[in-house]
Ligand binder design. Structure first.
Ligand code: 1QQ
Length: 375
């Protein structure tokens, strides 16, 4: 009997407290005020991803709060690109009842564990850069607004194959990361679908510094193109060592390469890298150019894909909060799922039935140390 009474008391208490939260924040028609948690890769070898993402979020937050329909507070935690750290960051954020949604984490490797935890706890979570297969399918509370590898890689490969009359390819990928592995699966399937001859499949690990064994083997097989699934840090070093080893063929990479860091690290050696992305800062589109100007004024550099996706993600959250009419986790989840044709800087945005995204990617190539349209 004691246990039953205790349980009843606890249920009554928790029921009351959540009612209180939504009442203070809502009363339909009133301006919605909400706290969102952010988990980002802010320190460590991939910190430029997190810097771009948090810059995009901060700029969007400033604009949204100035406009005044919705007020958003952001509570940011660093994951350092590590699964464990991302998970404890998520637990910390979720334990705050006032936090009604999460943005991030940066890597699919992190989202693979964090997404499950968020879904179990009934808090909406949206990746702005997680591109591996299966992320939104983790559960009803898991969303992303980033272009999946499954769309990006085949588009980039097809263009490269047509342009350079590619017949033989080599594949090189990181086998200890969810995103780089998923990118590899997509590359292999795309190459097979296009009836390309896969000469060899080579692997590497995070933080590796010497890729000469793999590159020497690849060079000996004379591929027309290299498919490489890597984050920017490893990817840039691979390109540098490939060029030094006399491997001058084009590279096709996934989302990990869509960072100006590749050019900063590899310099000239980055020329010939082909990627697909929903973002191109030189696009002659008013909305895109307005954002680029505001971002440059704020941070002194052009926004990359990761900044642009994060910026759109906060606007999508703001729209969902407005539509939900209250700062409540379940209402926010339902409102997110209903987002249709939301006009962002990456185009008109909708989630599909899984909380995944359908987008038209643009194919870019690095030429003369700059991302340019690949036509
Ligand atoms: C993923 C990615 C990375 C490139 C994010 C920075 O796409 O982990 O899914």
């Amino acid at each position: 009997l004691m246990t039953v009474l205790l349980l009843l008391a606890l249920t009554a208490c928790s029921g009351n407290s959540s009612e209180k939260t939504s009442k203070t924040n809502s009363a339909k028609g009133d301006k919605v005020s909400a706290k969102l948690g952010v988990i980002s890769y802010i320190t460590g070898p991939g910190a430029a991803y997190g810097e771009a993402i948090t810059n995009g979020l901060k700029l969007a937050q400033k604009e949204i709060n100035a406009k005044g329909d919705v007020k958003i507070d952001l509570v940011t935690e660093d994951s350092a690109g590590k699964q464990e750290q991302a998970l404890s960051a998520a637990q910390k954020l979720m334990s705050d009842d006032d936090i009604v949604g999460i943005i991030g984490p940066t890597l699919s490797t992190e989202m693979n564990v964090v997404g499950k935890e968020a879904d179990m706890n009934g808090i909406p979570i949206m990746g702005t850069s997680t591109t591996a297969e299966g992320i939104p399918q983790i559960g009803d509370y898991v969303f992303r607004n980033s272009l999946p590898e499954a769309l990006a890689i085949p588009t980039a490969l097809k263009k490269a194959v047509d342009k350079y009359d590619v017949k033989k390819v080599a594949i090189l990928y990181g086998n200890d990361d969810v995103f780089t592995k998923s990118g590899f699966d997509t590359m292999k399937k795309a190459a097979e679908d296009m009836k390309l001859d896969i000469l060899t499949i080579e692997t590497f690990q995070k933080g590796q510094s010497d890729y000469n064994a793999q590159l020497t083997k690849i060079k000996g097989l004379k591929p027309d193109l290299i498919l490489c699934s890597a984050l920017y840090n490893e990817g840039a070093v691979i390109m540098d060592q490939a060029r030094k080893a006399g491997l001058d063929v084009p590279f096709v990479g996934g989302n990990g390469f869509n960072s100006p860091q590749v050019i900063d690290i590899a310099g000239q050696a980055a020329d010939g890298l082909i990627v697909a992305t929903p973002w191109f800062a030189d696009k002659p589109d008013q909305k895109v150019q307005d954002f680029v100007k505001k971002f440059e004024a704020e941070y002194g550099k052009k926004p990359d894909q990761f900044a642009a996706q994060a910026y759109d993600a906060l606007y999508i959250y703001a729209e969902a909060l407005k539509n939900a009419g209250e700062a409540d986790r379940d209402a926010l989840r339902d409102a997110l799922a209903k987002i249709k044709n939301f006009p962002g800087i990456l185009g008109n945005f909708s989630f599909d039935k899984d909380g995944d995204v359908v987008m038209e990617p643009t194919v870019l190539i690095i030429k003369d140390g700059k991302f340019q349209l690949f036509e």
